[in-house]
Ligand binder design. Structure first.
Ligand code: AMP
Ligand code: GLY
Length: 431
């Protein structure tokens, strides 16, 4: 292998800060560029002001800088075909192709594939016409979920309690176009009940290397109330997920998925991330994503006891095998997201953040930046809805959570908010 690898990481959130943090620890890491990055990432990498969805800009940058590997965090560039573009320019990367990314980019296509693979999923139907969608809702009185087919930054699924709510959801998505063109089609699903978890794996040419499971908290407010967000906190492992369920994910979900993709002529190379629910009829699939979750990546990097750069590099060259092992630190990790008041709706930015140095002194803790910038006086200021992803690890879940909150309590800004109950299920199960 070349002595040092020059890297380009795409994205600018907490997930990308976490990836850069871990990649930078590798003895193989040379210069790390990040497009666009953020003020926290700039402490470890050279940030370049090119947006993650500017495919031309990214490909030119990778060529000019002759990078050895591109690591893409977010879904948008992958859905738009970043991997294909990089491969055409002979730049090594590990991420799903445009065809493979339909698994995340079109919920209808993804559900269709799950049917072909005979995977465990809720009942669903896809509609292009709002009247037909409404008629279906009226004919199905049970609780439903109405989803914009396309990409909607994790916010396009409306979980409805009754028929009126579902009719209203169809109207918001298809008529008012609350999620823009993503809502030209909707997927209407049976609403499942149960505990959710995230299962991520490296998937390359049919080689499946699973990572520990984690649990995200999607709702904005305590008690799992309020609107869906990108994620307000996470922890790993998840006591409710048995070893048997973990095997089920690989054998009954990922393996048949690889087969069904192959029948479509698609080889999936990249991170695969099924979002799952433990129902009283077994584990069911809520969705597939083709990237690391955010804040799931934060809790996973905290537990990685292997060289992430070595694995990414091998994967980009098709060198992962069933004999590749990923070692994980025993114990647990947890992440609490600190957000701007108003998120996931409108919020203000530019608020000076205090307490970061004190938080950094909390043992076994790292504060990843999700949305920060440097203010006029050289200080860190808020620059996003999700601002910080405060991540900690320890011998067990409660200890990791306690540490994360200890660090969170040292940080503040005008209009900061965070959930006080991240890991509530974990804490309940450990009593
Ligand atoms: P998605 O955008 O598909 O990730 O959905 C966002 C969130 O909506 C999920 O994490 C679930 O909490 C919820 N959700 C989506 N589909 C369903 C379903 N069929 N049943 C119950 N909850 C769902
Ligand atoms: N935290 C959920 C996601 O990244 O999709």
């Amino acid at each position: 292998m070349a002595s040092k690898l020059k890297l380009l990481v795409i994205g600018g959130g907490g997930r990308e800060h976490a990836l850069v943090w871990k990649l930078a620890q590798s003895p193989l890491a040379g210069q790390i560029l990040c497009a666009p990055g953020n003020a926290g990432i700039a402490q470890l990498a050279t940030c370049v002001p090119i947006k993650a969805n500017d495919l031309d800009g990214i490909v030119s940058l990778a060529q000019q800088e002759q990078v050895d590997l591109v690591v893409c965090g977010p879904e948008t560039p992958l859905i738009a075909g970043l991997t294909d573009r990089l491969h055409a320019a002979r730049i090594p990367t590990f991420g799903p192709s445009e065809a493979a990314m339909q698994i995340e980019g079109s919920k209808g296509w993804a559900r269709g594939l799950m049917v072909k693979a005979n995977l465990p999923i809720p009942e669903f139907e896809v509609f292009n016409d709002p009247h037909e969608a409404e008629a279906y809702v009226r004919a199905h009185p049970g609780p439903l979920v109405v989803k914009a087919d396309g990409e909607a930054a994790g916010k396009g699924a409306l979980v409805c309690d009754d028929t009126d709510g579902a009719v209203e959801a169809v109207r918001r998505i298809m008529v008012e176009k609350a999620f823009g063109a993503a809502g030209e089609r909707v997927v209407i699903e049976e609403r499942l009940e149960g505990e959710e978890f995230s299962a991520m794996a490296f998937l390359q040419d049919g080689v499946i290397l699973p990572m520990p499971v984690s649990q995200d908290h999607k709702r904005a407010y305590d008690g799992d109330k309020g609107p869906n967000t990108g994620g307000m906190g996470a922890y790993s492992p998840v006591p409710a997920v048995t070893e048997e369920m973990e095997h089920e994910v690989v054998d009954q979900i990922l393996k048949p998925l690889v087969g069904a993709l192959a029948e479509e002529g698609i080889t999936y190379n990249g991170i695969i991330f099924p979002g799952l629910m433990i129902t009283d009829k077994g584990v069911k699939i809520i969705e597939f994503n083709g990237r690391f979750g955010d804040p799931e990546a934060e809790v996973l990097v905290a537990r990685m006891d292997f060289d992430l750069l070595e694995v990414y590099h091998a994967a980009a060259h098709g060198e992962l095998t069933d004999a590749t092992t990923l070692a994980w630190k025993p114990g647990a990790s947890a992440c609490v997201v600190m957000a701007s008041d108003g998120y996931p709706g409108d919020y203000e930015t530019g608020k000076p953040i205090s307490g970061l140095e004190d938080a950094a002194r909390v043992e076994d803790t790292v504060v990843f930046h999700s949305g920060t910038a440097i203010g006029p006086e050289g200080e860190f200021v808020t620059a996003g809805g999700r601002v910080l992803a405060v991540t900690a690890w320890g011998e067990n879940g409660p200890k990791a959570l306690h540490r994360a909150y200890e660090a969170v309590e040292k940080i503040t800004w005008d209009g900061a908010f965070y959930r006080k109950d991240i890991g509530h299920r974990l804490l309940k199960s450990s009593h």
